[in-house]
Design a protein around this ligand. Structure first.
Ligand code: NI
Length: 201
């Protein structure tokens, strides 16, 4: 009588153990890569943008290479957060020496291009700093730059033309090469923002 082959339950157990080993090895290979991806995405705040300045001229991020960009996203009809934040930005810039100041480009990008006309935007940024650049664009261009900077912005309360917007309120500091250097909460003290700018110069 022939000896029976190993019983089926045993074979199933062996197959399952083999499968488990493969899954564990796969996990060991994949997890570090996922962690790396997270680090990469944190480091890729910012990126190329194409927008329109208040004179109607198309500009890109490359136009500001060689200088630091200090970028804030908001909208001119914002009742409180944006004016306060831009005031902080202006105070921080005032703390730099003229030589330092000349190497920083402050930029305000509207998240509300439907209402922020060129004139509206030009007048608004002029209230804070003479060289604060106001940028707008098509809805598609604004969506693209919001995505690159991980900006949250959406219509909130109000109907018709009188809506307000919820939006993230962060200063982005970008280096001379256009790469992300750091970010500051809009509630940061002007002196801390100035110190950050100086360090990045
Ligand atoms: Ni605002």
């Amino acid at each position: 009588m022939a000896k029976p082959a190993s019983p089926p339950p045993r074979r199933i157990a062996t197959a399952l153990a083999g499968l488990a080993a493969v899954l564990i090895l796969a996990a060991i290979a994949i997890v570090p890569r996922l962690m790396q991806m997270n680090e990469t995405s944190a480091a890729t705040i910012g990126g190329p943008f194409t927008l329109i300045d208040t004179t109607g001229k198309t500009v890109t991020d490359a136009d500001y290479r060689g200088k630091l960009m200090l970028i804030y996203f908001g909208y001119t009809f914002c009742p409180d957060v944006c004016p306060t934040s831009l005031g902080t930005m202006a105070q921080a810039l005032d703390q730099l020496t003229p030589a330092e100041r000349a190497q920083v480009v402050p930029i305000f990008i509207t998240v509300d291009p439907e209402r922020d006309s060129f004139d509206q935007l030009a007048q608004y940024v002029g209230n804070f700093a003479p060289d604060l650049i106001g940028l707008t664009g098509s809805r598609e261009q604004i969506n693209a730059v919001e995505t690159e900077y991980h900006v949250y912005a959406r219509k909130a309360e109000g109907s018709g033309p009188n809506y307000t917007m919820d939006h993230s309120s962060i200063f982005y500091l970008m280096g001379r090469d256009g790469q992300f250097v750091g970010h500051y909460a809009s509630g940061a003290a002007p002196k801390d923002l100035a110190a950050g700018l100086r360090k990045a110069l």
